[in-house]
Design a protein around this ligand. Structure first.
Ligand SMILES: [Zn+2]
Ligand SMILES: [Zn+2]
Length: 290
């Protein structure tokens, strides 16, 4: 990318894991699933995952304005892909959406998407949408989009799963929403994960399970907020955002998680920990520029 220095807006449109949920006790943190956009003046938007947070984000956009955007999809679990057909800009022929990610095993991204967005699971196919939607396979690769550096690496979860690191305007953001904590509860962190997170300004990371829940769900592909802090500490992360909240965790539970984890994070040298809420927007400036 170029040497331009500026800020990047990181907006959280869906922060919930597993399934969208609606309940008065969950409203403050929100019930839509994984979807986070990165926007910077003069660049196409980039979005992490296509969860149901895509729907409210799309409704906030002017309906017919020309739009090109790039989606970095981690994997095909429902909570990361279900929002695509409800993204209203796809009802316009002026929209081009490029979708990057890993297909299932040896299948391409396009074929894998086509297997789940089709009758009888859904009334239309991707090709029936007025917009142009183009798929690109990316698993362990480095590439550039519209002057932005993208790094994708495999991360431990259930099935083929990517994590991402995006560097734009001198600002780096890593996104690892689903991350299997070591079964033996060790502090080992996969080298590919550390590569994604090394010295990033913002790490958005799985924090789905309390410690006492992990015992019964040790192979479900997720981790505790304490392990998220471990990853952030080993990688030298500046701001950690706890993400992919369990549908059973209420607003009060997540307030408690925030309070409990703050002292641990500070003791490990992480200056800023945020428990993600739907509607949160972080304007992140470069720490490396003037
Ligand atoms: Zn998930
Ligand atoms: Zn998953």
């Amino acid at each position: 990318m170029g040497d331009d220095i500026g800020s990047v807006d990181v907006s959280f449109h869906g922060v919930r894991g597993s399934t969208p949920c609606s309940c008065p006790t969950l409203q403050r943190y929100g019930g839509n699933t994984s979807c986070v956009s990165l926007e910077a003046a003069g660049h196409d938007p980039i979005v992490f995952d296509l969860g149901t947070g895509m729907r409210p984000w799309g409704r906030s956009m002017p309906p017919e304005d020309p739009l090109t955007l790039h989606a970095l999809v981690t994997h095909f679990h429902w909570d990361h892909v279900q929002g695509l057909p409800f993204f209203t800009p796809l009802q316009s022929a002026n929209t081009a959406l490029h979708v990057y990610g890993p297909g299932d095993r040896d299948a391409s991204m396009e074929d894998t998407f086509g297997q789940f967005m089709c009758p009888p699971y859904f009334p239309i196919r991707v090709s029936d949408l007025p917009a142009s939607v183009l798929f690109h396979d990316a698993h362990s690769s480095d590439f550039e989009l519209d002057g932005t550096e993208i790094m994708s690496r495999p991360v431990p979860h259930c099935g083929k799963t990517n994590g991402y690191r995006v560097t734009r305007n001198g600002v780096s953001v890593a996104y690892i929403p689903d991350h299997q904590e070591p079964i033996d509860r060790s502090t080992h962190v996969d080298p590919a994960v550390l590569e994604l997170c090394a010295d990033v300004d913002v790490l958005i990371h799985d924090a789905q399970l309390w410690s006492d829940e992990l015992a019964a769900k040790s192979t479900w592909g997720h981790c505790t907020p304490e392990y998220a802090v471990e990853v952030a500490a080993q990688a030298g992360v500046h701001t950690l955002v706890l993400f992919h909240h369990d549908p059973s965790h209420t607003d009060e539970d997540l307030d408690e998680m925030s309070e409990r984890i703050e002292a641990t994070a500070i003791s490990r040298g992480i200056s800023n920990v945020i428990c993600a809420t739907e509607g949160l927007k972080l304007s992140v400036g470069s720490r490396h520029g003037s």
